[in-house]
Write a protein that binds this ligand. Structure first.
Ligand SMILES: C[S@@+](CC[C@H](N)C(=O)[O-])C[C@H]1O[C@@H](n2cnc3c(N)ncnc32)[C@H](O)[C@@H]1O
Length: 243
């Protein structure tokens, strides 16, 4: 593997354990929100992964398609009931290699930040705008950076400790690059297992500017899928950009 700059790297590292690690995340509020926007229009999920959100959305009769860079993640999607009938293009979400037009494109769970430079994120906004129908919307879910999590550019967290295993999260923060590099390390009887994650975070105002440069305007912003107001106490946001 080529490492963090390979679009397939994250998915190929995580596919074997992704669903088990994220079993506690309920997709229902996101599905409700997205279904309300989709209506009867074509919908595209960037970074569809194992179908955590796309499968229940398709289960509501919505015509969902997907893009993902990792064959391994998409194999997990295809192995699930209904997974075979969701069209998926294997490719780079920054390039949006799917023929539009779509009435709704969405990119959830902070995954825009998996594009590791401002230029790559800007490219993604531009290509989403290209495949949106007039009036179509782009929905993103991202965290708001909280740099107080880091002590002199690093953070160590014990995620889980049991009789026979420990899961540690080890991170470095590069403020100049707006980049956080993390290893989630499982220590157990088999030894150490490493799961790497790299992200390049953006502030909400920066995202709005990238969107504006792509001819998208911020239509709505909430602190979460339940449409609670977004304010200075919000740790994340769901933002709806319109073409
Ligand atoms: C955190 S998972 C999210 C999956 C799914 N959207 C969800 O909410 O469960 C990130 C996904 O993004 C995909 N991915 C990361 N970088 C990508 C890129 N540049 N182009 C396409 N897919 C990418 C990974 O393969 C993985 O499936």
């Amino acid at each position: 593997m080529a490492g963090f700059d390979d679009p397939a790297f994250y998915g190929d590292c995580w596919a074997g354990v992704y669903d088990e690690h994220h079993a506690e995340m309920d997709p229902a509020p996101a599905v409700e929100f997205l279904a309300g926007l989709a209506g009867d229009r074509r919908v595209l999920e960037l970074a569809i992964g194992t179908g955590r959100v796309a499968l229940p959305l398709a289960g509501r009769g919505i015509a969902v398609e997907g893009i993902d860079a990792s064959e391994a993640m998409v194999e997990r999607l295809r192995a699930k009931p209904g997974g075979e009938s969701i069209p998926v293009v294997i490719g780079d979400m920054a390039q949006v290699p799917a023929p539009g037009p779509f009435g709704l494109v969405y990119l959830v769970f902070n995954t825009l930040f998996g594009l590791l430079s401002q230029a790559r994120q800007a490219e993604c906004f531009r290509n989403v705008a290209r495949v949106l129908s007039p009036g179509g919307v782009f929905v993103i879910e991202c965290f708001v950076p909280d740099l107080t999590r880091f002590d002199r550019g690093q953070r160590v967290q014990a995620r889980a400790v049991t009789e026979d295993a420990a899961v540690l999260e080890l991170s470095r923060h590069d403020a100049a690059q707006q980049r956080i590099t993390t290893q989630i390390v499982t220590l157990d009887g088999q030894g150490a297992n490493l799961r790497p994650v790299a992200i390049r975070y953006s502030w909400p105002s920066e995202l709005d500017l990238l969107a504006q440069q792509a001819s998208l305007r911020l239509r709505e912003r909430y602190s979460g899928w339940d449409r609670q107001p977004f304010d200075s106490s919000s740790s994340g946001h769901v933002s709806v950009y319109q073409r």
